[in-house]
Design a protein. Structure first.
Length: 255
């Protein structure tokens, strides 16, 4: 085992790469995060090698890709929040429509609904795989079966009804890391402008973004996508300007 290998603190199984212990997951349905094999050693930061962070760039969405510092890293979770009707599902479908290996899991949309949105908005989503799911167990089984390159969960609070947000997001993190697949989770903004779920969830996810209308007379139909709160793969505060067309299509504003 190389010096930079990983070990499960529960069963001591060793791995070449980090993530969650697959042995514990198979045998006990337990998610145990791996630790570096030499985690207790004292190291000089200058001796720690910098590893590249593979990212997925959203084709046709250069402003959002730039706001995410070059795209969403593989194995990471981005929570996209917005008020009901803000266009989260439409934007999520548009972002992944030109990607390969996409699995769109929804507790709010049927396949026919999503297909109609794609046709109406002229998104190239014919190759997007879809499954209606209402709980985390079904999500796990669908991802294990499809082995996707990118996953959309629409919406996370509906998926978490039975198991709770913290447990559900923890299991989604394990799933994303095991498959090296980025995950985009949609989330509702509730009445007091806070995000659905406990604050602990904000500490678990890797990034947070918000889709919101631009409320000015001259900008009817204009929206903003902004990285807010935290983003482990880049700076926060970056904004992409969007617009909603008469057909409902969401697209970037070309300056």
């Amino acid at each position: 085992m190389p010096a930079d290998g990983y070990r499960c603190p529960s069963c001591a199984t060793q791995y070449l790469h980090g993530g969650y212990c697959q042995a514990c997951r198979r045998e006990r349905r337990s998610y145990v995060k791996l630790r570096p094999a030499d985690a207790s050693a004292i190291v000089r930061l200058g001796d720690v090698p910098l590893r590249p962070l593979p990212r997925v760039a959203f084709l046709g969405w250069p402003a959002i890709t730039a706001a995410l510092n070059g795209g969403l890293p593989r194995g990471k979770l981005l929570m996209l929040a917005g008020a009901p009707g803000a266009g989260k599902s439409t934007l999520a479908l548009g972002l992944v429509s030109d990607l390969e290996g996409v699995l769109y899991l929804s507790s709010e949309q049927e396949a026919s609904d999503l297909r109609e949105i794609g046709a109406r908005c002229n998104y190239n989503c014919e190759e997007v795989a879809f499954s209606a799911q209402s709980g985390i167990r079904g999500v796990e089984e669908a991802v294990e079966d499809a082995k996707p390159s990118f996953v959309v969960i629409d919406s996370v609070q509906r998926i978490a009804v039975e198991t709770g947000m913290v447990d559900t997001v923890t299991r989604l993190i394990a799933l994303a890391q095991a498959h090296a697949a980025p995950m985009l989770l949609t989330c509702q903004v509730i009445k007091d402008d806070s995000w659905a779920g406990p604050r602990a969830v904000e500490h678990l996810v890797d990034g947070m973004a918000e889709l919101a209308p631009i409320l000015t007379v001259d900008d009817a139909g204009s929206l903003s996508f902004q990285v807010v709160g935290k983003y482990r793969a880049g700076p926060v505060g970056r904004v992409a300007r969007l617009r909603r067309c008469a057909s409902g299509r969401i697209e970037e504003v070309v300056s």
